[in-house]
Design a binder for this molecule. Structure first.
Ligand SMILES: Nc1ncnc2c1ncn2[C@@H]1O[C@H](COP(=O)(O)OP(=O)(O)OP(=O)(O)O)[C@@H](O)[C@H]1O
Ligand SMILES: [Mg+2]
Length: 464
């Protein structure tokens, strides 16, 4: 028997996972806490130490199986060479010389999950899969061989993964569960976590960093209060002006007028328009009227939903088509949950700072924010996706607001394309750059492009 040495030294919390004898190991972990790395090591160890075993790595999507799972394999491929018989990159199937097979799969391709006789399963970000994928497809596939599984995820509200986690938390010889926080990963400095605090609301910080199962119930923007409401706001030269828009015809069209302070990055809503059964041309006239009331000469962009409410079109031209004749209109797609997180972080971040302010004259938006609640998380016995209630009253203003934020502050993690739970906030697209603080003029390191906040160094930001 030959020995293979892998470049992996588990941190103390990961050692606990590797040493536990239970058949099902469940981890609720904060972002970057080391879930993927250690569960990959678990599956690898199993495949190499059990001849002729069938092992599956399953990610929520096929793309994630490649980008997260298979790329973890590739990091070790060279060291594993003596043990590998073949590795098919296209199919993401590895066969080891001991006869074991390691396949990488995506839960979005359900048909590819039909299988039997699996010896070992590593399921990454399981909370972002359908409950039935585990209960009806993957769990039964372990039955014939009494297979084992490592199930890891960051929490996604109190959805079905919470039940599974609770079940696994009762001490038995079959299940064991752990909570890992981002702090457990000793490679991540506390400064970096402090920076995340600025980017996340308290709710999201508890969920994403501390891996708490925070219930998504009640008010969506529960940190919103009078501290976000201001009197007499008038945009100045320091502000860039944008409009967030949710178009409708029978449903109301809602527009939120936003001013972004170029130096602090603070966002101010200074006006709103709500109209039902109103032609787009009339709405455009009203937009110009509102802008002139506030002395605004230039609107950088109107941000709206990707569909531009195609089903509300009355004339063959969508509102967005008409609007494009007068304004720059952007509408990138975004998933709801990360969009809500982004808005929440502006309402109040985990460091207690507010960066979104609204004029007291925007009464409809204020009412909408206060009345925006989560739909019940269960229907009968079924747990359903935790999303805000579309009551036709509060959702339009809140949608317009969200479209503004996700378009104006786009970050990889807020885009629909291949959104990965893991990519919510750590994956940066650009290399760190040096910016000059708008207040003290000292240089500081930033990971966002030059024309995107932050414009202040951490010290000035904290002092604001
Ligand atoms: N024991 C370790 N030794 C060295 N690096 C590690 C170790 N554990 C984790 N890391 C590194 O820490 C980072 C986060 O690890 P990993 O991707 O496993 O975390 P995660 O919890 O899956 O994160 P995400 O929430 O992004 O999915 C990665 O860069 C990984 O390589
Ligand atoms: Mg991961």
């Amino acid at each position: 028997m030959s020995t293979i040495t892998l470049d992996y030294a588990p941190f103390p919390h990961q050692v606990e996972l590797h040493c536990a004898p239970q058949r099902f190991k469940v981890i609720a972990g904060g972002r970057r806490s080391g879930k993927t790395k250690s569960s990959f090591q678990e599956i690898l160890r199993y495949a190499l130490s059990h001849s002729n075993s069938l092992c599956w790595w399953v990610s929520p999507t096929y793309n994630e199986a490649r980008e997260v799972g298979f790329s973890e394999f590739e990091k070790y491929e060279e060291q594993l060479q003596p043990a590998i018989l073949s590795a098919n990159r296209t199919l993401m199937r590895v066969t080891f010389r001991n006869g074991s097979k390691l396949y990488f799969k995506g839960a979005d391709r359900r048909d590819s999950l039909r299988g039997r006789g699996i010896n070992f399963l590593s399921i990454d970000e399981i909370a972002f899969m359908e409950e039935e994928t585990w209960t009806k497809i993957l769990r039964p596939a372990l039955a014939d061989k009494q297979g084992q599984a490592v199930l890891t995820s960051s929490p996604d509200g109190k959805n079905w993964f919470y039940k599974l986690f609770q079940q696994a938390s009762k001490p038995t010889s079959t299940y064991k569960a752990w909570t890992w926080t981002t702090y457990d990963n000793i490679l991540i400095s506390h400064d970096e976590i402090a920076a995340m605090k600025q980017e996340l609301s308290t709710f999201d910080f508890r969920q994403e960093i501390l891996a708490e199962f925070v219930s998504k119930s009640g008010q969506v923007y529960d940190d919103f209060n009078e501290d976000n409401i201001i009197k007499d706001f008038k945009p100045s030269q320091n502000h860039d002006i944008y409009i967030g828009a949710d178009f409708g015809y029978a449903n109301p069209t809602f527009l939120t007028f936003m001013a972004v302070d170029r130096y602090s990055g603070n966002v101010y809503q200074f006006a709103e328009i709500e109209r039902s059964h109103t032609k787009i041309q009339i709405i455009i006239d009203e937009i110009f009227e509102t802008l002139s009331t506030f002395g605004v000469k230039e609107v950088k962009a109107i941000y709206t939903d990707p569909a531009g409410n195609a089903d509300e079109i009355t004339s063959g031209e969508s509102p967005v088509d008409v609007l494009r004749k007068h304004f720059t209109v952007h509408n990138i797609g975004s998933k709801i949950a990360p969009g809500l997180s982004l808005v929440r972080s502006y309402i109040k971040n985990a460091a207690g700072k507010r960066k979104f302010f609204i004029s007291e004259t925007c009464t409809k938006t204020i009412e909408a924010i206060n009345g925006y609640v989560y739909a019940p998380a269960t229907r009968g016995n079924q747990s359903i996706k935790e999303e805000p209630l579309k009551d036709g009253i509060h959702d339009h203003a809140c949608d317009a607001l969200r479209y503004f934020f996700v378009n104006c502050f786009p970050q990889n993690r807020y885009l629909t394309d291949d959104i990965k739970p893991k990519s919510y906030f750590v994956e940066e697209t650009s290399k760190p750059i040096i910016k000059k603080c708008a207040k003290c003029y000292n240089p500081f390191v930033s990971k966002t492009p030059k024309d995107v906040p932050p414009f202040l160094c951490t010290k000035c930001f904290e002092e604001q």
